[in-house]
Design a protein. Structure first.
Length: 156
């Protein structure tokens, strides 16, 4: 199937993936998020009697951090709920940073196009400036004064 829209969309997404992979901070933040999920999941599993397995703890941590909150795994102890509160705040920070990173990637791609447009405008401006200099130089008399066409020089 030859669909130009689909081809453009795929090319755009591939470019977005390339730009995202260039950002090291994005990779660090994802690594931190997955590490926190494992760490908090293990901690909730250890300290809360209502979380029955490590995988339940990891599930709870991921669902809490991403603010989905299914409610199928709920901590009942004070320490488990405290860990959940910390995880909620951490999730807010991580999601805010990820959103800002993707916005930066998207805006950077747009700004790249604007930079090319700006360089074309500056080149055209330089060309017009040089042309104006040539026109002004051709409008000067031998002494370097501008020719006054309203009062042409008088012959004596």
């Amino acid at each position: 199937m030859n669909c130009p829209f689909a081809q453009n969309a795929i090319a755009w997404l591939q470019g977005l993936k390339t730009e995202a992979l260039k950002q090291k901070s994005l990779g660090y933040m994802l690594f931190l998020a997955f590490g926190a999920t494992l760490l908090f999941g293990f901690a909730v599993f250890l300290f809360d009697p209502n979380v029955h397995s490590f995988t339940d703890g990891v599930w709870f941590a991921w669902v809490t951090m991403t603010h989905v909150g299914y409610g199928d795994v709920v901590p009942t102890s004070f320490l488990g709920r405290t860990l959940a509160c910390v995880l909620i705040l951490f999730g807010l920070a991580v999601l805010a940073f990820l959103t800002a990173s993707f916005s930066t990637i998207l805006m950077g791609r747009e700004m790249g196009g604007m930079a090319r447009d700006e360089s074309q405008i500056l080149a055209e401006l330089m060309r017009l400036h040089e042309r104006l200099d040539r026109l002004e130089a051709s409008r000067l008399d031998k002494t370097g004064n501008p020719l006054d066409e309203t009062n042409p020089p008088q012959m004596e």
